[in-house]
Ligand binder design. Structure first.
Ligand code: RP5
Length: 203
């Protein structure tokens, strides 16, 4: 069984390893519980849509942009959160996406403070988590998306990286263009086929 100490050791070992940048994850996706995974999967989907690959083995990193995923709880494993955030820069991360639920969703904001100046995109997993994710004091910034909008968090993370990469910026534009075409297509179908044709079945 993997222990908290094992993971802290892993993060510290990776931080000390001084891997070349093309072998380290670009984006870190962390969540307070595996019960957050269904909501947080949107970040995975956005990054995958943009051509990122999930890095699951530090010793065998994929090529191109990569992201990694971990469960890190602010309240149940504070030492793990500290180690993850403290080693993030040395492990090559450029952006962190952090999601948590409940009324005291502290993982995003504490990670933002610990990993500063690495930007953190906070995802309130539930509506009641919004104020605790975005409520940072002056001098302690966080970027955040609306409740459950983890897909937007994936896009936002890529936007940070795209400021320095025209190819990634083009991929973001292509994704936006495809979404626009989707709206045009459904609009034409609604108009030409009528309301009943697109309506969900009523009980
Ligand atoms: C938060 O508590 C987690 O982010 C999760 O949304 C919530 C409940 O966690 P579990 O009790 O389901 O593990 O810290």
């Amino acid at each position: 069984m993997t222990t908290v100490s094992d993971l802290i050791d892993l993060f510290e070992t990776e931080a000390a390893a001084d891997h070349p940048p093309d072998e380290t994850p670009d984006v870190g996706v962390i969540m307070g519980s595996d019960s957050d995974l269904d909501v947080m999967a949107g970040a995975h989907d956005a990054l995958t849509d943009l051509g990122f690959t999930e890095l699951t083995d530090y010793d065998d990193p994929p090529t191109g942009y990569t992201f990694e995923s971990w469960v890190v709880s602010a309240h149940r494993t504070p030492a793990l959160m500290d180690a993850y955030a403290r080693t993030a820069a040395a492990r090559g991360l450029d952006v962190i996406i952090a999601g948590a639920g409940g009324k005291s969703a502290d993982l995003p904001n504490m990670t933002a403070s610990l990993a500063y100046p690495i930007p953190v995109v906070g995802v309130p997993v539930q509506e009641k988590s919004v104020s605790s994710v975005i409520g940072m004091p002056t001098g302690a910034p966080i970027t955040a998306v609306d409740a459950g909008k983890s897909y937007n968090a994936g896009l936002a993370a890529a936007q940070f990286l795209a400021t320095d990469d025209p190819t990634l910026a083009d991929r973001l534009r292509d994704l936006q263009a495809a979404r626009q075409e989707g709206v045009a297509d459904v609009s034409a179908r609604l108009h030409s086929q009528g309301t009943d044709s697109l309506r969900s079945p009523q009980n």
